[in-house]
Design a protein around this ligand. Structure first.
Ligand SMILES: Cc1cc2nc3c(=O)[nH]c(=O)nc-3n(C[C@H](O)[C@H](O)[C@H](O)COP(=O)(O)O)c2cc1C
Length: 330
């Protein structure tokens, strides 16, 4: 069991916020597989929430089966963030998370996301305003710093704990690194040593249950957040939880289970967003799932321009690699 503030979670494994991918449809298919403690919305602009813009309402949409869920806010104005957090609390969200790591220029140029790493004192004051506005736990997701000469994660973590932040997730790269170069586990360990009583959540490059265990062992972090690998292998939470609790990883899912999961996600997308948006959202995901099914990239070509659900159902029924899967695997 793992706790963030007063919120008890079923495991110490978290699904990372990934804009456009870790959406409601994906969360709804991952959760029943087991092992997941907490998921996040993708980053949401607090002003958009306060104005109830259609995009914000879509990003924050959830269902009873999608719990517990953290809302990730991304902004820099303490008053807006506090008001948006209060609204999220009233909607029943379990945790508020503040993004201090987004490296996208249009985000940090406005003072949100990774820009906060440049001024830890102000960042802590903004976080404090949210903590004071709500009773639910407030967490923060950070990177190590802007670049190698300005690593601030340990000092920022200390300051965030002092203002009442309940947990800190650390993506173990600088902003300058974006997503390249290995995640730096020694820097997560420094953040673990810098805080006194709150859990640190390690994040970056976990690509197997063994990677997650190594991150915990090497850094002392209390929990692990997994992003991109979970998009390809949604069973990673089930498998990692099994490895951490009884030392073994269950057998991999069958071809049929993988196809059923892919189909369920597609059906959720259709139900939630309608045919056109579902098709656009699903194209990329199909190629990820396909790689685990042994389907060649080229075989996914017919879906690249597909706009109708029928085209997906026809494809899945006829793609040779699936049709030819061995009897034992099915
Ligand atoms: C396409 C993409 C979108 C992302 N969107 C978000 C986001 O909305 N909020 C956030 O805090 N991090 C976001 N991230 C960063 C991830 O949460 C995570 O920190 C990063 O991918 C490293 O973890 P991983 O190696 O397990 O994927 C995003 C990453 C990618 C690749």
């Amino acid at each position: 069991m793992f706790r963030i503030g007063n919120v008890q979670l079923a495991s110490n494994l978290l699904l990372a916020p990934i804009a456009r991918y870790c959406d409601l449809a994906f969360r709804l298919v991952v959760r029943p597989l087991g092992g997941l403690g907490l998921a996040y919305t993708e980053l949401i602009n607090p002003r958009g929430l306060l104005e109830r813009t259609p995009q914000s309402m879509r990003l924050i949409s959830t269902e009873p089966a999608d719990q517990p869920l953290a809302v990730q806010l991304c902004g820099c104005r303490a008053d807006e963030l506090a008001e948006a957090a209060r609204w999220c609390e009233a909607q029943g969200f379990a945790v508020i998370d503040l993004n201090m790591g987004c490296p996208v220029k249009k985000v940090w140029q406005r003072g949100g996301g990774a820009a906060m790493l440049r001024d830890p004192e102000t960042a802590a004051r903004v976080a404090e305003a949210i903590v004071k506005a709500v009773r639910i736990p407030v967490t923060v997701k950070i990177r190590l710093g802007w670049d190698d000469s300005t690593i601030v994660a340990p000092e920022l973590a200390t300051a965030l704990e002092a203002v009442g932040i309940a947990a800190i997730a650390v993506h173990a790269r600088t902003v300058a690194q974006r997503f390249s170069g290995p995640a730096r586990l020694d820097e997560i360990a420094r953040v673990v040593r810098a805080v006194r009583n709150i859990p640190v959540i390690g994040n970056g490059d976990v690509r197997s249950p063994a990677d997650a265990r190594a991150m915990i062992e090497r850094t002392g972090c209390a929990a692990v957040m997994i992003g991109r690998y979970a998009l390809r292998e949604p069973w990673v939470f089930r498998d990692t939880h099994a490895l951490l609790t009884n030392g073994t990883v269950p057998p991999p899912p069958s071809v049929d289970e993988r196809i059923a999961l892919m189909n369920r996600q597609f059906e959720h997308l259709l139900r939630l967003h309608g045919e056109r948006r579902a098709m656009l959202a699903f194209r990329q995901r199909v190629t990820w799932y396909a790689s685990k099914l042994g389907i060649r990239r080229i075989a996914c070509e017919p879906l690249r321009h597909a706009l109708h659900a029928d085209e997906y159902w026809r494809w899945i029924a006829t793609v040779p690699e699936i049709a030819g899967a061995t009897a034992s695997d099915r």
